[in-house]
Design a protein around this ligand. Structure first.
Ligand SMILES: [Zn+2]
Ligand SMILES: [Zn+2]
Length: 232
């Protein structure tokens, strides 16, 4: 199982999605409404057809990550998995952003915070999930804070996809993409801090994020050691 694992970033206008290819491919996040064609093209460039996907895994319920879920689910026949604590948000089609963490967040919020088509996940996560059942050497755990239902995924190759737990760079990752930073929107700072500790304790080598990145683990350790949340 560990022999084969490739993670490809699919860079979308607002957010990243990831194609994870193990014995079978899964898709992590699906961008904003209207991104389905871009994702299908990216899959094709990696010789993956939508029908090959065994799972569509959503890191959390925000519209820039779940926006094209319905089209991708229809095209692939794959189940959509989401943590149950973000189910109501995904179904409602309305973002709950939490605290806006600065001036740039307030500038960017109107562009990001658009209603999106209601998404109904067929798998609601409430415990760690071993992805081997879907052909990928990886494990999903709950890492709440950005949203109540945010998850992170740890892979056998040392990579971790952590969604919007933190972000890379400024302006949605357009600048200094490899520099760790506090996300624009935080639901619960205490939960977020606890989740960061849980993620770092697992010693991933690389953190793959929803915006910008990838982030080297030592850069994240150094940044986190400076107490970026309590300084706010
Ligand atoms: Zn988000
Ligand atoms: Zn996002």
């Amino acid at each position: 199982m560990t022999a084969q694992l490739t993670i490809t970033r699919i860079k979308l206008p607002l957010a990243n999605a990831y194609l994870v290819q193990g014995e079978r491919p899964i898709l992590v996040d699906v961008g904003a409404p209207g991104d389905a064609d871009r994702i299908v093209r990216a899959l094709a460039q990696n010789n993956v057809q939508p029908a090959d996907l065994s799972l569509i895994l959503l890191t959390h319920g925000h519209g820039d990550h779940v926006g094209a879920a319905n089209e991708l689910a229809t095209a692939s026949g794959a189940p959509i998995a989401l943590h149950y604590a973000d189910d109501a948000m995904a179904r409602s089609g309305r973002n709950v952003l939490g605290t806006l963490t600065g001036l740039e967040a307030r500038m960017i919020a109107p562009f990001v915070d658009k209603p999106f088509p209601s998404v109904t996940a067929s798998i609601l996560l409430d415990a760690p999930l071993d992805l081997r059942a879907y052909g990928v050497a990886g494990e999903v755990i709950a890492t709440p804070g950005h949203t109540p239902g945010s998850i992170s995924i740890f892979f056998a190759n040392g990579d971790a996809i952590v969604g919007d737990l933190l972000m890379g760079g400024r302006m949605g990752g357009a600048l200094w993409a490899s520099q760790p930073g506090v996300h624009y929107f935080v639901g619960d700072f205490a939960q977020l801090a606890q989740s960061m500790e849980i993620v770092l304790a697992r010693r991933p080598q690389r953190l793959l994020v929803g915006h910008g990145g990838p982030l080297a683990a030592d850069a994240v350790q150094a940044w986190w050691g400076g107490n970026p949340i309590s300084r706010r």
